[in-house]
Design a protein around this ligand. Structure first.
Ligand code: AMP
Length: 593
């Protein structure tokens, strides 16, 4: 298969503002993909070479990519940088540069072109793979040469997407669910295909692999895909409500309330002495927590197990839980040992997904907790999340206050009914968050996605004055605007933001963004920022919660401010949801009443 065929599809996807058209183009593409390379085409379309958890990063530094482009085109890096400064997009710059090169030496170009074989998907993929994997002395040179050779063979349009892919910025804005939809339509045959594909994806976190099994062996084989230790499972997520009454009512009058620890979620895979830790985004974070690996080897009494829990920074002298920020010291490549001493942590397991050949995701909550207690030998550094079965609001409130006092964010209330299985990859009502902040005005932060920007004036001339922020709407898989935020940014943030946001820039509003406002600049939803506000109010300007409280109006955050925290651990789909905002608004009203 020629790479140009994929590029044509990407071009169409980029140009459309309609979600269904996006899916149609993908279906068309999938129909043409030979089965041997289906997994590779899926990864490429996701902007990667492997599933995330492999930890193979594309992200070649732009400076290096520009050097490769210079070698391939004959233009100097300075000339290329000038074009890049104007377009702000390395993909478009490449297209532009490769076109220029050709017009400059047309005869040479025609000669080359005659001999030239067209680039195949496989050739592009394997060269990108070699670039990503090159290590050791001389790796930089190797990477640049490989990329230059690829760009020499590429058409300008192909060059555009090769460059975006290798710098880790493909950003077509295609959600995994859209790819699953397209797979179900192209290969599924029956209408049950989608949930089966989705479940397989949730258990493997590897859409390429699922596609391969589907195409080569059929849907029945996809149904048989099982949990594998070492391969992360997509995490179950919680809904949110603002009062104890509502929570109890939703959970059938009785639930297990657990402390909501304020740390980093970890999915730990134990295979004998071999431990792998995954973050909430399923990145391999094993090397951040050698201490937790050790404690799991020592204290988890099973040969193979997959356990989920929260890792929290602690004061070892007092056993006190410390705020989330303290954990950030662990996010480093070097000096982890030293950080480990200075910033000790404890692990609070709250769920078990697999033990020695048995899939626990299909078992009810109480069975999973029983197993957890059976296989974990607790000590100061590993403790099963504190929990209590409650059946009345008074007990729930009391336990909630206790959790806050102990340094937690609140509670996660969990269903104890027979159907309380572990729903991988889903946000549902089996788990409900209850945080302190809903009791007061909006003192709780929300995580919102940057979808647009407005140019600044005065001191902010030449940079952004405000960002248009959106919440995630799960019902429609779109992003609904909720506020324009201009405060809370330091001068340094203001300088950094246009740089960070440049690669998300688009010429039109993204098809998944729903806005009544006209921004000066639009972005592919990608960057998540933590925002705090004074309160949530009705608003005729925003689309978040539109018509949900009152006809014709939506909800907005009043006096929003950036807290300084870029939530790079959250994908846009992990942002605060419209539903959550509506609940927060209702919670506020109740309090005021
Ligand atoms: P949020 O990040 O606000 O959506 O809240 C959900 C997160 O709470 C989960 O992803 C976990 O990282 C964290 N958490 C802390 N304690 C628990 C617990 N006992 N059960 C489930 N999640 C917990």
């Amino acid at each position: 298969m020629q790479y140009s065929e994929i590029v044509e599809t990407y071009e169409k996807i980029e140009a459309t503002s309609k979600r269904l058209e996006m899916t149609d183009y993908l279906v068309e593409l999938l129909h043409r993909v030979p089965r041997e390379i289906i997994d590779k085409v899926i990864y490429l379309t996701q902007g990667k070479l492997y599933p995330d958890y492999y930890g193979v990063e594309l992200g070649l530094a732009e400076k290096m990519a520009i050097r490769a482009l210079s070698m391939a085109s004959g233009l100097s890096t300075k000339e290329i940088e000038e074009i890049y400064n104007k377009t702000g997009d390395l993909g478009k710059t490449t297209e532009n540069v490769l076109t220029k090169r050709r017009t400059k030496t047309l005869t040479e170009f025609l000669n080359v072109k005659k001999e030239k074989e067209k680039l195949t998907v496989l050739e592009v993929y394997s060269t990108l793979e070699r670039i990503a994997k090159a290590t050791g002395p001389g790796a930089q040179d190797t990477k640049i040469k490989l990329l230059a050779s690829l760009l020499r063979k590429a058409s300008p349009k192909e060059g555009k997407y090769i460059m975006r892919t290798i710098t880790g910025k493909l950003r077509l804005g295609i959600a995994d669910m859209t790819i699953i939809d397209a797979m179900a339509i192209a290969y599924g045959k029956t209408k049950d295909a989608k949930p089966i594909i989705e479940r397989a994806y949730n258990l493997t976190s590897d859409l390429g692999e699922v596609a391969k099994v589907l195409v080569e062996k059929g849907l029945d084989e996809v149904r048989r895909i099982k949990i594998t230790v070492g391969r992360p499972i997509r995490p179950m997520l919680a809904e949110r409500l603002s009062t104890a009454e509502e929570i109890l009512e939703k959970l059938g009058g009785k639930c297990s309330a657990e402390y909501k620890y304020d740390g980093e979620r970890i999915q730990a895979h134990k295979n004998g002495e071999n431990i792998t830790l995954y973050s909430r985004r399923l990145e391999n974070i094993t090397h951040h927590y050698p201490d937790i690996c050790k404690i799991i080897v020592e204290r988890v009494k099973a040969e193979k197990a997959i356990i989920e829990g929260e890792c929290v920074a602690i004061n070892p002298e007092t056993g006190e839980l410390l705020p989330f920020q303290e954990l950030m010291h662990r996010r480093r490549k070097y000096g982890v040992e030293e950080a480990m001493e200075k910033y000790p942590t404890a692990f609070f397991p709250f769920d078990i997904l697999y033990v020695d050949g048995e899939d626990f995701t299909v078992k009810p909550y109480l069975d999973r907790r029983k197993k957890l207690r059976e296989i974990i030998e607790e000590n100061d550094r590993i403790k099963i999340s504190k929990s209590k079965i409650v059946d009345n609001t008074k007990d729930l409130e009391e336990f909630f206050l206790e959790a806050i006092e102990d340094g937690c964010e609140g509670l996660v209330c969990k269903s104890i009914n027979l159907d309380s299985t572990y729903q991988a990859g889903a946000r549902g009502w089996l788990w409900i968050k209850y945080k302190r902040e809903y009791k007061s005005e909006m003192t709780d932060t929300v995580d919102l996605v940057v979808v647009g920007a407005f140019w600044g004036r005065g001191r902010r001339a030449g940079t952004y004055g405000a960002l248009l922020m959106a919440a995630y709407d799960e019902e429609t898989d779109t992003f609904k605007t909720i506020c324009k935020v201009g405060s809370g940014f330091t001068d340094e943030d203001l300088k950094k933001l246009p740089e960070i946001l440049k690669s998300y820039e688009m010429e039109h509003i993204h098809p998944r963004v729903d806005s009544k406002m006209e921004a000066d600049v639009w972005f592919t939803p990608g960057l998540v920022l933590e925002i705090i506000g004074a309160e949530i109010t009705l608003s005729p300007l925003h689309t978040c919660g539109l018509n949900k409280i009152k006809e014709g109006v939506g909800l907005a955050i009043r006096f929003p401010r950036f807290t300084g925290k870029i939530r790079d651990d959250k994908k846009p789909e992990d942002a605060t949801t419209v539903k959550e905002i509506i609940e927060m608004y209702k919670g506020q009203l109740k309090k005021a009443a």
